[in-house]
Write a protein that binds this ligand. Structure first.
Ligand code: DGL
Length: 279
């Protein structure tokens, strides 16, 4: 364990990595935003490729999976954790914050907050997985920030497989997006790790005027602020990606690597498969 308590304050090693986890590859959109905005932080990424998708799972299972992953990340001595998965952030963040004694951030609150701050007419569209939308967590949080805000929710389950198939700029993706998004005309929260990868298709359907919110971007800002506030920011020089970042998966290493290399600004050379059920 990286941290220890001193007069009830948690003291962590600033050099320790940030743990970032997701149901699979999608959370790499959050990891790459952290890499871009806070390049001197080390990252240990875990993608739960054996149990993806979380978007169709129950709350109990998502909590169990998140708990196992955080236990694993603790063995990697992380100083803080980012739940990159929107679905796990919506369904498991509160429980994980109560159970574990280290800073844990999700992507829902940062995304919701910026949508409330930037909407011109208090009308906010929200797209995400079925479990995420069903939970109502994003909407409740938006309403707690501004009770006059109106939230228009839409689950878009086909987007995840389309992105994983690599059909980012395909006509089929455009058709699916037109169907899903036809009633959403205002500020839109892309409430799923995969959606920023089809941002240009979403933009085509929504038009230039709509404000597209990427929670990954806001989460990286929030993480940076948290590390500075808690005196946890790593002041070391930036090293090569292979020494700054480690990648773990629960299955299908090669597929993960291919996807990662298509969206990260560098090629990852090593991923390691672990049995997450052991944690
Ligand atoms: N990572 C999930 C999310 O952001 C999408 C993929 C899944 O359903 O597991 O909600």
């Amino acid at each position: 364990m990286t941290g220890y308590r001193e007069e009830n304050k948690l003291i962590m090693d600033k050099n320790a990595p940030i743990g970032v986890f997701d149901s699979g590859v999608g959370g790499l959109t959050v990891a790459r935003e952290i890499m871009r905005q806070i390049p001197n932080e080390r990252i240990v990424y875990f993608g739960d490729t054996a149990r993806v998708p979380y978007g169709s799972k129950s709350k109990d299972n998502i909590i169990k999976f998140s708990r196992q992953i955080i236990r694993f990340l603790q063995t990697e001595n992380v100083k803080a954790i980012v739940i990159a998965c929107n679905t796990a952030s919506a369904l498991a963040l509160d429980e994980m914050q109560q159970e574990f004694d280290l800073p844990i951030l999700g992507v829902v609150k940062p995304g919701a907050k910026v949508a409330v701050e930037t909407t011109a007419n208090k009308r906010i569209g929200l797209i995400g997985t079925e479990a995420n939308i069903r939970s109502g967590v994003y909407t409740r949080y938006i309403k707690s920030l501004d009770d006059e805000a109106k939230v228009f929710e839409k689950a878009c389950p086909l987007f995840v497989p389309l992105v994983e198939e690599g059909w980012l700029h395909d006509d089929i993706t455009l058709q699916v997006a037109s169907r899903y998004l036809e009633e959403l005309k205002d500020t839109l929260i892309m409430g799923c790790t995969h959606y920023p990868l089809i941002r240009s298709t979403i933009r085509k359907v929504m038009g230039d005027k709509v404000n597209l919110v990427n929670p990954a971007y806001e989460t990286a800002i929030e993480l940076k602020n948290l590390l500075e506030r808690d005196n946890l920011a790593n002041k070391c020089d930036v090293d090569s990606p292979s020494s700054m970042y480690r990648f773990y998966v629960s299955d299908a290493e090669e597929k993960f690597k291919l996807f990662a290399n298509s969206i990260l600004p560098f090629d990852i050379t090593m991923t390691k498969q672990i049995n997450i059920e052991n944690y």
